[in-house]
Design a protein around this ligand. Sequence first.
Ligand code: ADP
Ligand code: MG
Length: 685
Amino acid sequence: MDKNTSVLQLKGVGEKTGKLFEKLDIRSAGELLSHYPRDYEIYEEPVKIGEALPGKVCAVHGVMRGVAGEKRIRRLHILNVTLADDTGVLQLTFFNMPFLKKVLKPGGYYLFRGLVQGAGTTKRMEQPRLFALEEYRQQMNRLIPRYALTKGLTNHAVQKAVKQALAQYQWEEEYYPAWMLERYSLMPEPQSVETLHFPESREELLLARKRLVFDEFFSFLYLLRQNRQAGEKLENHFPMMETADTVRFLEKLPFPLTGAQKKVWQEIKDDLGGPVCMNRLIQGDVGSGKTILALLALLMTAANGFQGALMAPTEVLAVQHFETVAEYVKKYGLCFQPVLLVGSMTAREKREAYEKIASGEANLIIGTHALIQEKVQYRALGLVVTDEQHRFGVRQRETLAKKGDIPHILVMSATPIPRTLAILLYGDLNLSVVDELPQGRLPIKNCVVDTSYRPKAYQFIEAQVAQGRQVYVICPQVEAGEMEELENVVDYAEKLRSVLPPSVQVAYLHGKMRPADKTSIMEAFAAHSIDVLVSTTVIEVGINVPNATVMMVENAERFGLAQLHQLRGRVGRGQHQSYCIFVSASQEKATMERLQILNHSNDGFHIASEDLKLRGPGELFGLRQSGDFSFRVGDIYADAAVLKDASTAVEELMCRDPELSDPCHIPLKRHLSQQAANAVDFRTI
Ligand code: ADP
Ligand code: MG
């Protein structure tokens, strides 16, 4: 079995399971092995009922008191039983498991594991797992992998398949030369992959994770360096002059630019008119008003007779930008001839767009990254703007340069990156910072609460909707899966429909929906035909609906602070007072402290650095996707040391053997060229 062997070759994986794996983009053994756990569960020592902390997943054992109640609501069967020990009692609720009534004998001794809710004499667990004592003992204190799943596929099935694949796998030759493995203490690949799936200890897991993070950073930095070499000699092929178009646009805008926006606009004008091709990163916190700067630069480009492209990481965001532009064109008579280019367009619509771009009829192309880069022939592409740059992988300047002269490059990001890291990641980019928020914004009011606050939150949402405002509710999961304790979008939307009055329009959005459906939901929300949007973090970047004033995040404890800050950035964009409600299902002290940082600060930079202080690299043993820079696992903040190592390694390699022609570097050369092929691969979220 090697990386290309079909998963259908595994025992126990038939056509049906194969289809489920396919939903997770797993077809081959190689893809299965790189489906790393998203985190690990530890079965701890069971605790006394009195010590079971609400908000925590605990194992408790005790004596069955018997059935406390049983009822049926439509198709839902509800069974309540009581468990007791010498420190207290615990109510257990089971849904649709009537057979348990016969299994659980009064007076018997049982072990349950689940999320503890309530407190004191009303402590309870919903749908806990029942274990035989011996079975539990065997698994105790081990790190048990938890995988991303899809409906119908259990965690156990994935574990079994991975175990089998590992046992039969023929590993390819190690691609790092011996000197690198040693110098940077890298675990060999087979061992690291096995450890990531089935770690013996945390220490070992951290080492395995380090290899993975190093891999990601190393190939990223290597490809970056290759691109940079290809892009040298950056003469300005598209010299531009300021025209009346931008001046008039600024005069007509209902608001003046902030001081910071003015400063950056001047820098952009200097670049576009200067001797060297622009290569600039605009960094500015969420809501600092970066879009208008991009539009000004694009307008100057169009006014000078060139084409400009605006690339967004998601289709939803691309469509939003397109609509903003269309509205501005109508309102202010701008000289844009915009076209949209996104995956959900029909072949015919795309062909029409390509024609307009090739003929030069279109002077502003807005779309998702992949589409704009791959198939399009431009007439005179003078400027490329990338919004939310941190969502992309390696810059594809070279691809664009092949289409003609090298265009000006402007990238925008809300992720605050310390300067030293920015230099590693962006190399030769010039940095502009929009360090000022537009005036007149009311600071967002935050609160961090536990789940008991929900009824109040729903009342509040109802009242805001009654005043004509709109609401986002974020859940970590798409649909009910294995991780019972996490809220999911589909069920949550259903629940909100039943608690809110029927006049309130509730809809949901998640990454697994068809792009066209996502777009139409987002459009409906922007047009205010939807009041409450229940969503996963697909709306995290860029979305601008100024009428939305409430952001409620469920299972806030599951998200990174930087991500929560991005989510919060979706509200507080208009003149109305906005609110952010972080609901934490965990009342652990450390979690609450972490969330309190958000409560007390609206400054992205401050939040990122505080988050790092609290997390520390040692805690990052989950493989949660960080979402930034398209690194699957690596975190540029917490893994800054590994990032530096990887950077040193690239430099050293280029010194020793720039062509990678030494026999000891051949496997690495092969590996990197495969990575380069994948780098174009675009993450749709
Ligand atoms: P981000 O930097 O997060 O991309 P946007 O560009 O989407 O932020 O801007 C957020 C909102 O602020 C938009 O509704 C925009 O029209 C508005 N805005 C931008 N600049 C100003 C300004 N100088 N004064 C007032 N409102 C502004
Ligand atoms: Mg933006």
